[in-house]
Design a protein around this ligand. Structure first.
Ligand code: AMP
Ligand code: MG
Length: 274
């Protein structure tokens, strides 16, 4: 099994400046991985490699990686955290879930809570939802005027450029599932006792707005996939494909960053342990 992350990366990347054509993108893919067994083995090997690379990133202490996960309800954001970063030591990753803003957050600009949560140098930060909610749910539900939304795409690009110029590599993943797959997953939440807690009647309200959300996602991808913070659209109907794809791209990005362990500041033989 060879590790061809570049093939996976370029197949799923939204080229900056080009239309994302979201509706033409696959929610399941048959051409990237041979089969489920190979995909799972790849994800496992990637998870181990991500752990090793993060260790070096921490030792190096000068850069960070930010992974942004977006996707509609049931698209698998939590499952991705579990499936891709399960080999990482708890000290090395920092997961932040962004829900409905509280009173204090609403009293600030929408990037305030986000900037506070970005990873410190040496860490992998994971955003489960993100500032992109402010051009997705906020847009679809009309929570702020359209001209305010319109300004945000450029603001977000500038914010992400600022992070990247200050040592944070950014990867953004949209977990792409079909409407039919969402129905199955919501149904499972109604039927399986272990999943009842995940069911939220509000998700059905969002499902009714499927087309509006798809349009908002497409605009977000068209406007905010940049060289310094590219979007990838991940086929996510099958969890193993999702994990294999995302872990490959994350590993590839970390290998490209090439974090280095610092050289020892003492000479061999300088210290003797009694
Ligand atoms: P969940 O991720 O299922 O726990 O749900 C979090 C909820 O918070 C989702 O319904 C999001 O749409 C909502 N949410 C997250 N960020 C924002 C935001 N900036 N404005 C409004 N709602 C948000
Ligand atoms: Mg939810």
């Amino acid at each position: 099994m060879t590790f061809e992350w570049k093939t996976i990366d370029s197949a799923l990347r939204v080229e900056p400046g080009k239309p994302s054509k979201l509706s033409k993108r696959d929610t399941a893919c048959d051409n990237l991985f041979a089969d489920k067994r190979e995909g799972e083995a790849l994800a496992k090997a990637n998870a181990k490699a991500i752990d090793r690379l993060q260790d070096a990133l921490w030792a190096e202490g000068s850069r960070a990686l930010l992974v942004v996960l977006q996707g509609i309800d049931t698209s698998g954001k939590d499952g991705t955290v579990r499936g891709v970063f399960n080999e990482c030591g708890p000290l090395g990753v920092n997961v932040t879930a962004f829900g409905t803003p509280n009173e204090q957050e609403l009293a600030h600009d929408y990037l305030w809570r986000v900037h506070k949560a970005v990873p410190r140098k040496g860490l992998i930060g994971i955003f489960n939802r993100s500032h992109y909610e402010d051009v997705l749910v906020v847009k679809v539900r009309g929570l702020v005027p359209a001209d305010v939304i319109e300004q945000r795409y450029a603001q977000i690009n500038a914010f992400e450029r600022h992070l990247s110029e200050n040592g944070t590599t950014i990867l953004k993943f949209m977990l792409h599932i079909s409407k039919d797959e969402q129905r199955k997953r919501l149904q499972a939440r109604l039927e399986e006792p272990d999943k009842h807690w995940k069911f939220n009647p509000g998700d059905l309200e969002d499902r009714k707005l499927w087309t509006q959300f798809a349009n908002a996602y497409e605009t977000m991808l068209d406007r905010c996939s940049t060289e310094h913070a590219p979007w990838h659209v991940i086929p996510s109907d099958r969890k193993w494909q999702r994990n294999a794809a995302i872990s490959s791209i994350v590993r590839g990005a970390l290998e490209t960053m090439m974090p280095l362990y610092p050289k020892a500041r003492w000479k061999p033989g300088e210290f003797i342990i009694e």
